[in-house]
Design a binder for this molecule. Structure first.
Ligand code: COS
Length: 381
């Protein structure tokens, strides 16, 4: 796909922002401390990143999926974790509200999320329900006009900073599997809501992740989002879009691996010449370039399908599968080209290697993408 003038301009803007604002000092600090940086969050919010995909009537800029993919890719190319800062509100956080929220709910929750003033996070995974998202055991029991929530959500990215959380809970215990699940928006300040300890992660440090525990949390009835017992398909539709964002992030990481590998291969001399002169190295660079081009086109294609309101489930999962595996292969090769230096923290590829690893795990493992692709393929064959 050749980007039109508007998208090419946006791509340039995102690239320049990331190159200017995501300083090495900031990147190193986030990786070392694992702490959220409110200053860069506010700056990104000021530029409208948090509300990029949120429609104008709810305080965002109403841009399309292609613009969103470009933003995530370009931010991730400089720093993967900082692309997450701009992702949640446009994706798993804001997405379910846009898909299923009432007009009142959209007007209440989306504007402060779009402006970056409030943070909303997505809670599907549980200790015993990861790939099997339909195995949710969190319960929501109706009590008068309210619901009483009990359960534990795990690996919630952004939980420590969250004002609200999207919670999937079983409302019909007699319904089997993914049926009988409803979606709620939970105010994190309600009594009975507590946080687990921040997880010590391999990568993507600087966007804290922890559990959210709910013990007899009384949630008003107007926090039910969408229809009672129909929450699972909203989660799945949200994840279609989320996977597109994560695919774009993986392309950004892969491109960063290639950028670093090319730079190093041209500088580093062995046997009296730059190591890029050796086919063993240049062929690795060539493979990285070819795979990144392919992954990027899958991402842009999936975005285009979504922008035309076409069924994009298979395309989003295909983009996520290929981009995530590409990011991992590129990270491996980038470290390999750096040799011993690639194993040292001073070199960016060391972090890229760790950051890339999550791409084939979160928002559905590569194997889950295969499940989704195969199911869709066979259903429509
Ligand atoms: N869009 C809309 N609805 C969808 C859908 C989609 N993309 N995918 C599934 N559904 C619907 C189905 O139509 C079905 O609806 P009915 O109950 O009305 O028949 C329902 O959801 C259940 O679908 P299915 O039978 O395929 O569900 P499974 O329990 O077999 O699970 C997978 C399917 C494995 C694909 C799902 O559990 C999944 O995506 N798991 C990974 C979760 C994940 O990505 N976690 C990451 C953490 S979130 S950061």
């Amino acid at each position: 796909m050749i980007l039109d003038a508007k998208h090419a301009m946006l791509q340039k803007l995102f690239r320049e922002f990331a190159q200017t604002e995501f300083t090495k000092e900031l990147q190193d600090r986030l990786d070392q401390t694992g702490e959220f940086d409110w200053d860069i969050h506010k700056k990104m919010a000021k530029y409208g990143f948090m509300g990029l995909r949120i429609p104008k009537e709810y305080g965002g800029s109403g841009m399309d999926y292609l613009a969103y993919a470009l933003m995530i890719e370009e931010l991730a190319r400089v720093d993967a974790v900082l692309s997450i800062y701009a992702n949640t509100s446009n994706s798993l956080g804001g997405g379910p509200l846009l898909l299923a929220g009432s007009e009142e709910q959209k007007k209440k929750y989306l504007p402060p999320v779009a402006s970056g003033e409030k943070i909303v996070v997505f809670c599907l995974t549980e200790p015993g329900a990861g790939s099997d998202a339909g195995g949710t055991t969190t319960t929501a029991v109706q009590d008068g006009d309210d619901f009483i929530l009990n359960g534990r959500k795990t690996f919630v990215s952004g939980a420590p900073m969250a004002d609200w959380a999207i919670i999937f809970a079983k409302t019909d215990p007699t319904a089997r599997g993914s049926r009988g699940i409803s979606m709620f928006i939970l105010d994190m300040k309600l009594p009975g809501v507590t946080l687990g300890a921040p997880e010590k992660k391999m990568g993507i440090n600087g966007y804290p992740t922890c559990d959210i525990v709910m013990e007899n949390v009384r949630v008003p009835g107007d926090c039910l989002v969408g229809q009672l017992n129909k929450g699972f398909s909203i989660a799945m539709r949200t994840l279609d879009g989320g996977r597109l964002g994560m695919a774009a992030q993986a392309v950004g990481i892969a491109q960063s691996c290639l950028d670093e590998a090319v730079k190093y291969a041209k500088e580093r001399k062995q046997f009296g010449r730059p190591i890029s002169d050796f086919q063993g190295v240049s062929f690795m660079l060539a493979d990285m370039e070819a795979e990144i081009q392919a992954a990027r086109q899958l991402v842009y294609h999936a975005a285009e399908l979504k922008d035309h309101n076409m069924d994009a489930t298979r395309a989003c999962s295909a983009a996520k599968l290929i981009a995530a595996e590409t990011a991992n292969r590129c990270a491996y090769k980038a470290v390999q080209i750096h040799g011993g230096y690639g194993y040292i923290k001073e070199y960016k590829v060391e972090r890229l290697y760790r950051d890339a690893r999550i791409c084939s795990i979160y928002e559905g493992t590569s194997q889950i993408q295969q499940v989704v692709i195969a199911a869709d393929l066979l259903k429509n064959a």
